[in-house]
Design a protein around this ligand. Structure first.
Ligand SMILES: CC(C)(COP(=O)(O)OP(=O)(O)OC[C@H]1O[C@@H](n2cnc3c(N)ncnc32)[C@H](O)[C@@H]1OP(=O)(O)O)[C@@H](O)C(=O)NCCC(=O)NCCS
Length: 152
């Protein structure tokens, strides 16, 4: 299985608008076309490809020095539960000093397993009774290249 994260430099709002219905079923997680247009024009969009086929997306927004906010991170159902999400997160960790996101109760354990820490629970963030969980991943000093290890 070959997993790639490829920047989509000309993301088509119509394509992503349709993909979301295969992944998300709760109405409060569905973005309308205008929201997709706004997000795709202001964020960096990546296609997750498995064996050269579209498998999902990652959308990142700059949020301060070296930090990235994960606006969306989703895999099509057929690609979930196979270690792909974890492998993609490892790639994202190399791209920023800090990653932040808001997730739901259902997906919080995945992020915690991958090294994120819970910073805040936001009551009714998604809608009445549906809480959001603000999470952060800090690249540790041991992950960074030490000065002695740099060349040139
Ligand atoms: C959430 C998502 C990105 C996770 O990716 P994935 O490829 O399915 O997860 P992985 O197979 O890499 O799982 C990595 C580890 O997390 C665990 N895990 C994954 N999803 C989990 C969940 N919902 N609850 C508990 N543990 C979970 C796995 O068991 C695995 O544990 P292990 O390393 O001990 O074997 C993916 O399932 C998805 O796209 N879901 C739908 C969209 C969504 O809700 N996205 C999150 C928006 S914030």
């Amino acid at each position: 299985m070959k997993i790639d994260l490829r920047q989509d430099t000309h993301p088509d709002p119509e394509f992503y608008y349709h993909q979301q219905f295969k992944i998300y079923h709760e109405p409060y997680l569905i973005w309308d076309r205008e929201t997709w247009e706004a997000i795709l024009s202001s964020c960096t969009v990546y296609r997750i490809e498995v064996d050269s086929k579209y498998a999902g997306d990652v959308i990142l927004e700059k949020s301060g020095r070296g930090a990235r906010y994960v606006v969306d991170f989703s895999l099509l159902p057929g690609y979930q539960g196979k270690g792909i999400g974890k492998a993609i997160l490892e790639e994202l960790k190399k791209m920023a000093k800090r990653l932040t996101a808001v997730t739901r109760k259902e997906t919080l354990p995945f992020f915690l397993k991958c090294g994120f820490v819970l910073s805040k629970r936001m009551r009714s963030y998604y809608g009445p009774g549906v809480d959001g969980y603000a999470i952060t991943y800090h690249v540790s000093t041991t992950d960074a290249i030490s000065p002695g290890a740099q060349r040139g």
